[in-house]
Design a protein around this ligand. Structure first.
Ligand code: PMP
Length: 439
């Protein structure tokens, strides 16, 4: 109680300031998929603590790599200096990404990885003597809370109070689809038509880049699109000389079934943004990785041609060492086969919501991509619909489950070490909740 009271007096938490918000839960330790509170209660973490703990909490191999690095070299300026963990990580990331994505810029978190990508794209065109002032992005997208990342965000709920007076961005609808959706092709055609219209009306002020979350938009509601759409989008952007930025901050590191989502889409981006699972979720670190050709646009005689970006903690050695250890675990522990097992379990539990004609009217738009499963809870009564989000949050909290709906979207995104029993526990709770809401 003391800890909670002290917290209440001095701390400011993200997104939980409703007067009715419950007290924060004091956590003492965590291991695998389990958080333990200061009084010994165990909470099952089925959203990987905001989608970061890839292998689970406290993996001893990553913990040891961090301890060793902290004793050797904890931090050094990265302008004009280098170190082994940064070089190892860049090389291993380049090898894991493939497809020419070899030039790595490190920063601190997902938002800043996106900031860097936007600056790279805008500045590269400028360096080539063809300034392109505008950007393309997607409705429902989320790319972070810094100013540039907010500007390309298409989930207005997150940004409403702030002015969008920075970047000049045009938005395209994300062709969100789900199991059994009969209109997917029409939605994709509409998105591409909208893109054509934007290009046509803005011929005088061309676009530098288009940023998209491939396969799934995360914070905008776990909205899914097909690889076919990404292929058509990439082709059209290439024709128009517009760089393609994939924000894989959430989808990277196995989330969608392959190490990176783009690897199952038949599309290679010019720039990719990575964070969250990069260090296995242990430390804040991010990477913006681009094609070598893009890097070359910054090689010149003038200081003004260099990328004007540098964080104090760029390429922090401890973060890099954690990331090297985490990447190696993917091979050592055959992690992608664990993701495939999680996906099969999701598919089998989702069947009751996906087969037949709306078997559960309140649970709609079922979707599974890799280790992620989502459903929208939709009630016809608007008043009831509005209160469902809070009811859901309370329900899971009372069951000691960390499942945190996004509005009325219920989703699971577990760490890859989750056991089938733990995952079934989450699904049993979801089934029970839906039965309660339907009653
Ligand atoms: N891009 C995507 C796709 C994300 O999901 C997030 C975080 N939810 C971000 C960027 C921002 O990352 P961070 O919170 O680490 O700044």
């Amino acid at each position: 109680r003391d800890l909670i009271d002290s917290d209440r007096r001095c701390l400011w938490h993200p997104y939980t300031q409703e007067k009715t918000a419950p007290d924060p839960i004091p956590i003492a330790s965590a291991r695998d998929a389990t958080l333990t509170t200061v009084d010994g209660r165990e909470i099952l973490d089925l959203i990987s603590s905001w989608w970061v703990t890839a292998h689970g909490h406290g993996h001893p191999v990553i913990a040891e790599a961090i301890a060793q690095q902290a004793r050797t070299l904890e931090q050094v300026i990265f302008a004009g200096f280098t170190h082994q963990p940064a070089v190892d990580l860049a090389q291993q990331l380049g090898a894991a990404l493939g497809h020419g994505l070899t030039r790595v810029f490190f920063s601190d978190d997902g938002s800043t990885a996106v900031e860097v990508a936007l600056k790279m794209a805008l500045h590269a065109h400028q360096n080539q003597g063809q300034p392109r002032p505008r950007l393309l992005a997607f409705e429902g997208g989320y790319h972070g809370d810094t100013w540039g990342a907010m500007s390309v965000g298409g989930s207005s709920g997150y940004f409403e109070p702030y002015l969008r007076n920075g970047l000049d961005v045009a938005f395209i609808p994300y062709p969100h689809t789900w199991m059994g959706d009969p209109f997917v092709e029409e939605k994709e055609a509409l998105s591409l038509l909208q893109l054509e219209e934007i290009l046509l009306h803005n011929a005088q002020t061309p676009f530098a880049a288009c940023v998209i979350e491939p396969l799934i938009q995360g914070a905008g509601g776990m909205r899914v699109c097909r690889p076919e759409f990404l292929q058509r989008l990439a082709k059209r952007l290439k024709e128009a000389g517009i760089l393609l930025i994939f924000d894989e901050v959430m989808t990277g590191f196995g989330r969608t079934g392959s190490l990176f989502a783009f690897q199952q889409c038949g599309v290679t981006p010019d720039i990719i943004c990575l964070s969250k699972g990069l260090t296995g979720g242990f430390l804040p670190l991010s990477a913006t990785v681009c094609q070598q050709s893009l890097y070359e646009a910054f090689l010149g005689d003038s200081f003004n041609q260099a990328l004007a970006h540098g964080h104090s903690f760029t390429a922090n050695p401890i973060g890099c060492a954690a990331a090297v250890a985490s990447l190696q675990l993917f091979e050592q522990e055959n992690t992608l086969s664990k993701v495939s097992d999680i996906s099969s379990l999701h598919q089998s539990r989702m069947r009751r919501y996906a087969t037949g004609k709306r078997p559960h009217p309140i649970a709609q738009r079922p979707r599974v991509v890799g280790s992620m499963a989502a459903l929208d809870i939709v009630a016809e009564d608007a008043g009831y619909q509005a209160e469902i989000g809070d009811r859901m949050k309370r329900f899971f909290r009372e069951k000691d489950l960390l499942i945190r709906p996004l509005g009325n979207t219920l989703y699971l995104l577990p760490p890859y070490c989750v056991t089938p029993e733990q995952l079934h526990r989450g699904w049993d709770a979801i089934d029970e909740l839906i039965e309660q809401l339907e009653a």
